[in-house]
Design a protein around this ligand. Structure first.
Ligand SMILES: [Zn+2]
Length: 227
C-alpha cells in the first residue's frame, strides 16, 4: 500500500531532473570527448602537472574500468581515471581529470566541506540503507518513535547530498581556473570543459532535490498516518 499512495508523485520531478541531468552529461561527454585540445597533452599528463604545480606530488594516478567512473579517493590519496579519460587528450578528458585533481587539491588544502563530507560517509551508508525498513516498520506498527528514527536516518542522506554540492562546485571551479591559468586549454576549449563540468554538477543538484522531495514525502506519510 505504501508504494502505491499518491505521495509517490512527489518523487517524479526529482527523477525527471536526474534523467535529464544524466542525458546532458552523456551528450556533453560524447561531444567534447571527440574534440582534442590544441596542446595535445593526455589527461594523465595534465593531472601529473596540475598536482605537481600544487605541491601535491604524492597522489597516485591510476586507470580504472568503466565510463565516467573517474574519482578521487581521499583516504588512499589515489586519482582514478576511467578509460575514456586516462590516456586521452580530449577536452572532456582533460576537464574531468582536472575536476578530480580539484578534489585532490581540496584534501591538500584542508578544504572544510570535503572533510565534513568524508566524515559523513559511514554514517550516511548506514542511514540510507536502514531508513526505509525502519520507517516502514514504524508505519506498520503505527509506532511514531520508529517513524521519527526512520526520518532522522533519511535526513542524514539529505544533509550528505547538500554537503556534496559545495565540494563538487568547488572542484570544478578549481579545475577551470587551473586549466586556464596553466594554459592547458584555449579560451574556446575552456567553454567545452565548462559544458562538461556543469552538466556533471547538475546531477548532484538533481540528487539533492530528489532527497529533499523524499524527505517531504516521508513527512507527509508520517502526518497522514496521525490524522
Ligand atoms: Zn567531483
Amino acid at each position: 500500500m505504501l508504494y502505491m499512495d499518491w505521495t509517490i508523485i512527489l518523487l517524479l520531478p526529482g527523477l525527471l531532473l536526474g534523467l535529464w541531468a544524466q542525458y546532458r552529461v552523456k551528450s556533453a561527454y560524447a561531444k567534447y570527448g571527440k574534440i582534442g585540445t590544441a596542446r595535445g597533452l593526455t589527461a594523465e599528463q595534465v593531472s601529473h602537472d596540475l598536482l605537481k604545480r600544487d605541491g601535491n606530488a604524492g597522489v597516485a594516478i591510476q586507470p580504472t574500468e568503466g565510463e565516467l567512473t573517474d574519482n578521487y579517493d581521499p583516504l588512499a590519496n589515489i586519482l582514478h581515471l576511467s578509460q575514456g579519460v586516462y590516456g586521452q587528450s580530449s577536452i572532456a578528458a582533460i576537464g574531468i581529470a582536472a575536476h578530480e585533481c580539484g578534489h585532490a587539491m581540496q584534501k591538500q588544502h584542508d578544504y572544510g566541506p570535503l572533510k565534513l563530507r568524508s566524515a559523513f560517509v559511514p554514517v550516511v551508508n548506514i542511514g540510507s540503507n536502514l531508513y526505509f525498513p525502519i520507517f516502514l516498520l514504524g508505519l506498520i506498527f503505527s509506532w511514531q518513535p520508529l517513524i521519527t528514527v526512520g526520518i532522522i536516518c533519511f535526513s542524514l542522506t539529505l544533509v550528505f547530498s547538500l554537503i556534496t554540492l559545495p565540494v563538487e562546485f568547488n572542484a570544478s571551479h578549481r579545475a577551470l581556473a587551473m586549466l586556464s591559468d596553466g594554459g592547458y586549454v584555449t579560451e574556446e576549449e575552456l567553454g567545452g570543459v565548462r559544458a562538461v563540468l556543469s552538466a556533471a554538477a547538475m546531477t548532484y543538484v538533481a540528487a539533492a532535490i530528489g532527497s529533499l522531495l523524499q524527505l517531504l514525502r516521508l513527512l507527509l506519510l508520517s502526518r497522514n498516518r496521525r490524522s
